[in-house]
Design a binder for this molecule. Structure first.
Ligand SMILES: [Zn+2]
Length: 542
């Protein structure tokens, strides 16, 4: 297992050994990725030589571009680039330490701590339109003067500066989030020499001695990625003596209600939902209705904006979709890729639209007033939203949480499996079940579980609006049992099915047949027997 390299391929055994010794010497005895010791005897035969800058990025096929790693480190690296793998391994160490200390994960404070940052307080001298400071802690005693601006809308004052890490601190009150797996993408981005587009936000207030911390509360991922790549100072916008509660609210809103304004489809949904709000406002204006009057229906809106009834309908549905994806209780969202092609997450947003949403959102305008049933908790759209969120979270709990490993990812997973890589069973199951053509069929069966329950208990419910009525708890229990039993089927972790069934992309009908008959149309057995609703809703674990 080594990189594809004509140079390495040309080496005899003795030359290869000599090269390993030279590289190890250059790396002071440590693995290039994990930085742990390499022992040429103990790790013999379990070492990789790989290109530091990949050949695909024009990295040369010569000794100064080679690094020696543990074979397992190189295999697990996920990213194609050793430089990224090395930073990720380092970050994972910080992560383990942070979790060992009882924190949820590493944050910018941990990264700063590792890189000699977060040490000093800054003294500021304020003038009406400027501030002055000096950087004594890094032996720079010259006095710097920068303009002080005033934000006209909020009244807050701020300045811009490039500050050494020693003066930067993390604000874990305003930004309590830890750093997520997307740090990898940012490291790759900065390595490709693409600049930071948004400057980090911080605030400063003096303590009794007139000096204070510069506390970064926004942009921690970008800051952390650049620090790990060796930056010794970072540009920041610093609010001076702000009301930090206002910053807290602003940052919370940016992370929830206003999130994702930069991403394609999901953004369109969000804009669609804003347009829905806007149309509702217009309608009330034109009809002279008071602020809190919602006694009109979706159908009234569609009829009123007759010239654009198609758009109006889309705005209504977008508002539903948007309220589901921005719901803070939605446990599936962290497994959804919003845009781009990285395979750190098992689901694409477009898959969510073509599975959960197309199966369970009622796609037509409703007759009932917008606020119908609100006080009794029976509002159809709210029930639909909350129950889809619950179903998505249940799905996440059963298949992804603690099971999907972003470091293994999904890139060429079936190929890796076929080549003999060890893929943890839980991870493999998560990847397979998340495939759109499979997920769509799974949800069709969830629908069957609900319809079957309704038929037996005499609930007369419109099949197009299944989730607009509250599902009883014993039905939720039944759905959970169904999903657990489905997950326990051996096919999801069967390596032998990689070539025949999972290796290629199949269409939905392919899986419809498999669930119905247990076999593919060409006769490959996937399930021991056809899926049977009655046995699939019996709890077998007790
Ligand atoms: Zn290693």
């Amino acid at each position: 297992m080594t990189a594809h390299s004509p140079y390495l391929a040309s080496l005899g055994e003795e030359d290869r050994k000599a090269l390993e010794i030279r590289l190890l010497d250059r790396q002071t005895g440590h693995c290039f990725i994990c930085d742990e010791t390499i022992d040429l005897v103990l790790h013999g035969g379990q070492l990789d030589i790989d290109h530091i800058i990949p050949r695909a990025d024009n990295g040369p096929d010569e000794e100064n571009n080679f690094a020696l790693t543990h074979a397992t480190c190189n295999r697990q690296k996920g990213a194609s680039d050793l430089r990224v793998a090395r930073r990720i391994a380092e970050f994972e160490k910080l992560q383990r330490t942070a979790i060992g200390e009882g924190k949820r994960g590493a944050n910018l404070g941990d990264v700063l701590g590792r890189y000699n940052g977060a040490k000093a307080n800054l003294k500021l001298k304020r003038y009406p339109d400027a501030v002055e400071f000096t950087l004594t802690a890094v032996d720079k005693n010259d006095i710097r003067r920068v303009p002080l601006y005033k934000d006209q809308l909020s009244g807050m004052e701020y300045f811009f500066a490039v500050l050494p890490l020693e003066y930067l601190h993390h604000d874990d009150r305003i930004n309590p989030r830890s750093i997520g797996a997307n740090i990898r993408g940012l490291i790759e981005e900065f390595l490709q020499k693409r600049p930071q587009l948004h400057v980090a936000l911080a605030w400063w207030s003096p303590e009794s001695d007139g000096s204070g911390h510069i506390k970064i509360f926004d942009g921690q991922h970008k800051a952390a990625a650049q620090i790990m790549l060796g930056m010794k100072e970072l540009p920041v916008r610093v609010f001076v003596e702000p009301d930090t509660n206002v910053l807290l609210v602003a940052n919370t809103n940016a992370g929830s209600a206003l999130r994702q304004v930069a991403f394609d489809v999901a953004v369109m949904r969000h804009l669609g939902s804003s347009l829905f709000m806007e149309r509702v406002r217009q309608y009330k204006d034109m009809k002279g209705l008071p602020e809190n009057n919602y006694s009109f229906s979706e159908k009234d809106l569609v009829a009123f904006f007759r010239g654009e009834h198609r758009e109006m309908l889309r705005y209504i549905i977008d508002a539903v979709r948007d309220s589901i994806t921005h719901n803070k209780d939605n446990g599936l969202m962290e497994f959804i890729e919003w845009a781009g092609k990285t395979a750190d997450r098992p689901l694409a947003y477009s898959t969510i639209e073509r599975t959960f949403f197309s199966e369970f959102i009622y796609m037509k305008a409703l007759d009932a007033p917008l606020d119908n049933g609100m006080e009794r908790g029976e509002n159809a759209r709210l029930l639909e939203r909350d129950q889809i969120v619950r179903l998505m979270s249940l799905f996440a709990e059963i298949f992804f949480v603690g099971k999907w490993d972003p470091e293994i990812g999904g890139r060429k997973l079936e190929n890796r499996l076929q080549k003999g890589d060890q893929i943890p069973e839980n991870h493999l199951r998560a990847w397979r079940i998340a495939r759109e053509e499979i997920l769509a069929n799974v949800l069709t069966w969830v629908r069957l579980v609900i319809e079957n329950y309704n038929a037996y208990t005499g609930r007369m419910i419109d099949k197009e609006r299944l989730l607009q009525y509250a599902l009883p708890e014993d039905l939720w229990q039944r759905i959970r049992t169904f999903l657990n039993n489905l997950g326990a089927l051996p096919c999801w972790i069967d390596k032998n099915l990689s070539n025949t069934v999972f290796g290629a992309k199949q269409n939905r009908d392919f899986w419809t047949d498999v669930f119905k008959t247990g076999k593919t149309q060409t006769g490959v057995r996937v399930l021991a027997e056809p899926l049977n609703l009655q046995t699939m809703i019996v709890n077998r674990s007790t």
